[in-house]
Design a protein around this ligand. Structure first.
Ligand code: MG
Length: 253
């Protein structure tokens, strides 16, 4: 894989801006988490998110991005990422991934959480726990002096040691005045490789973890990514800034 090293370093002032856009992202999750229940439509979740972001004078970052039609990406069960909100109702036992992007005064925030709908089976719980922890393991490696693929390797080795797989076709990314900046941050890779991490780098880390094969395909709607074997997938994402003492998570309240 070819990774360019044009990574934009953010000033403390820019990181303050990024904190504001990511705070709105975190507030959206705070509003939506209580709505996750059997019977709610994904469109309803999308509307609440959009209204909230607009009320904060933000803009939904995904809406219109390459023609994506909604504020949230909502992906259920075997859907990995980029699902389109619709009249589909959540049902007991589903895993629903919400991905939120906000542009606030020209700076972007981006995060994702996968929620259980009602009671889910034990394997689903394990998939959520392993994926959320994979993100934490990646964040832990996001520090000055490490290299980019130390993050990738930490995520991959944790996930695979639990018998799950990491998606190859979609990756984390730098973020700032653009939603997707360099570098691409794969959730797999060789440790001690890649660009050196520096203070002021801001990344969206986002492991996508599958129960079965890592292979995925895109549905005929042109957006929804699903697992090739129909097994379930989970997705957790935070926007983080690299500081002198480790990573600071920006997309939290
Ligand atoms: Mg992202």
């Amino acid at each position: 894989m070819h990774i360019k090293t044009m990574i934009i370093i953010k000033s403390p002032r820019e990181i303050e801006h990024l904190k504001r856009s990511n705070a709105i992202v975190a507030e959206v999750f705070d509003k939506l988490k209580g709505m996750i229940a059997p019977g709610v439509t994904t469109k309803e979740l999308d509307q609440v998110a959009e209204e909230y972001i607009l009320s904060k004078r933000g803009r939904p970052a995904f809406k219109g991005y390459r023609g994506f039609p909604a504020t949230l990406c909502i992906s259920i069960n075997e859907e990995v990422v980029h699902g389109i909100p619709s009249q589909r109702r959540l049902k007991e036992g589903d895993l629903v991934s919400l991905d939120v992007g906000v542009n606030f005064l020209g700076y972007f925030g981006d995060a994702a959480i996968t929620y259980p709908v009602g009671e889910v089976d034990a394997e689903a719980k394990r998939l959520l726990e392993v994926t959320e922890k994979a993100l934490a393991m990646g964040i832990e490696k996001a520090k000055v002096g490490n290299r980019l693929f130390d993050i990738s390797y930490a995520i991959q080795s944790w996930v695979e040691s639990h018998g799950f797989s990491v998606v190859r076709d979609f990756v984390g990314h730098g973020i700032g005045k653009d939603l997707h900046e360099e570098p691409q941050i794969p959730n797999f890779g060789t440790p001690h490789q890649g660009p050196r991490l520096e203070k002021g780098m801001v990344f969206a880390l986002e492991p996508m973890v599958n129960e079965g094969t890592y292979e995925v395909r895109v549905l005929s709607d042109g957006w929804t990514v699903v697992t090739a074997d129909g097994k379930r997938s989970a997705h957790f994402e935070h926007t983080i800034a690299i500081t002198e003492d480790g990573a600071e998570i920006l997309s939290v309240l």
